[in-house]
Design a protein around this ligand. Sequence first.
Ligand SMILES: NC(=O)C1=CN([C@@H]2O[C@H](COP(=O)(O)OP(=O)(O)OC[C@H]3O[C@@H](n4cnc5c(N)ncnc54)[C@H](OP(=O)(O)O)[C@@H]3O)[C@@H](O)[C@H]2O)C=CC1
Ligand SMILES: Cc1cn([C@H]2C[C@H](O)[C@@H](COP(=O)(O)OP(=O)(O)O[C@H]3O[C@@H](C)C(=O)[C@@H](O)[C@H]3O)O2)c(=O)[nH]c1=O
Ligand SMILES: [Mg+2]
Length: 293
Amino acid sequence: MRILLTGRSGQVGYELERSLQGLGEVVALDRAGMDLSNLDQVRETILGLRPALIVNPAAYTAVDRAESEPELAMRINGEAPAVMAEAARRIGAAMIHYSTDYVFDGSKPGPYSEDDATAPINVYGRTKLAGEQAIEASGIPYLIFRTSWVYGARGHNFLLTMQRLARERDELRIVADQTGAPTWCRTIADTTAHVVTALQCAPAQAGLNEPRWREKTGLYHLAAQGQTTWHGFAQTIVAHGSSIRKPRVLPITTQDYPLPARRPANSVLSCDKLIREFCGLPAWDDALKLCLE
Ligand SMILES: NC(=O)C1=CN([C@@H]2O[C@H](COP(=O)(O)OP(=O)(O)OC[C@H]3O[C@@H](n4cnc5c(N)ncnc54)[C@H](OP(=O)(O)O)[C@@H]3O)[C@@H](O)[C@H]2O)C=CC1
Ligand SMILES: Cc1cn([C@H]2C[C@H](O)[C@@H](COP(=O)(O)OP(=O)(O)O[C@H]3O[C@@H](C)C(=O)[C@@H](O)[C@H]3O)O2)c(=O)[nH]c1=O
Ligand SMILES: [Mg+2]
């Protein structure tokens, strides 16, 4: 089966291009191959390639910049997934899409499950929620994986930012009142491949195993297990660093670190549904150790 992968230069897309090998003929595109802000190009590319499965990790992920570019963020995160789902419906394709813990307002005291009410508190979260809702409304077979705090060895992420700041500064000041689960982009890609295998290989199919996809269609939380704060995440990164001079990592409050976009205080995702239906997930600090090694 042909798999169309978007965002091949992003954190998750880069890993997916590798993890999906062998599950089908992977056609991996970057922004130059398909620009998600050009909705006609998105539609025509999909109708031309006729994939059995569209995997879409491409997104507008600059949380603070989105506050001043809400229309562009909505086109890429809300409207492009809607166009993808509509094109998928016309050619009988399924879709795997990624979303975020930032669809929640963060006021819940415990982990969020898939049926908890969404209430985004920033532009990025609102645009990602619009993408989810468009796919859900389209009637195609789909999987939406909501994940959180994605990091990896390349790209733009909190891990690489902390490693850079640790080399430059004697002291890091990091918010300690936002709780979540840092998730390695490789965990997301490998889990996606496990799920595709589980859906396709019972029995093995040349095309999309549509009845199985329809049976499992829906929203799944997919994040590393356990929880920490950005401060706890930073402390662990610095503690594993090889440098002799380690900066102090001071806990601060959200108020001490003003940014254009608000962030949820709690964005821990309960992944029980995915674990029950498909496979286990690693603890956040075990995955981080492997990534750092
Ligand atoms: N990063 C995180 O912390 C989290 C991410 N997510 C979600 O997970 C998914 C994967 O995120 P992640 O891999 O971290 O994101 P990255 O920011 O690492 O990558 C985003 C990708 O999208 C591409 N892209 C952006 N705009 C366009 C466009 N107009 N046309 C085509 N491609 C475009 C980028 O291309 P280019 O390299 O050219 O810019 C890049 O390849 C996204 O849906 C995101 O919302 C969910 C929770 C946390
Ligand atoms: C650099 C830095 C950040 N911070 C804080 C700001 C913020 O509250 C927190 C994380 O900052 P970032 O800008 O890396 O995080 P942010 O861009 O909010 O990360 C989010 O990205 C999107 C795409 C998602 O979907 C989310 O799951 C989440 O990963 O750390 C400090 O306290 N001190 C610092 O020196
Ligand atoms: Mg950021």
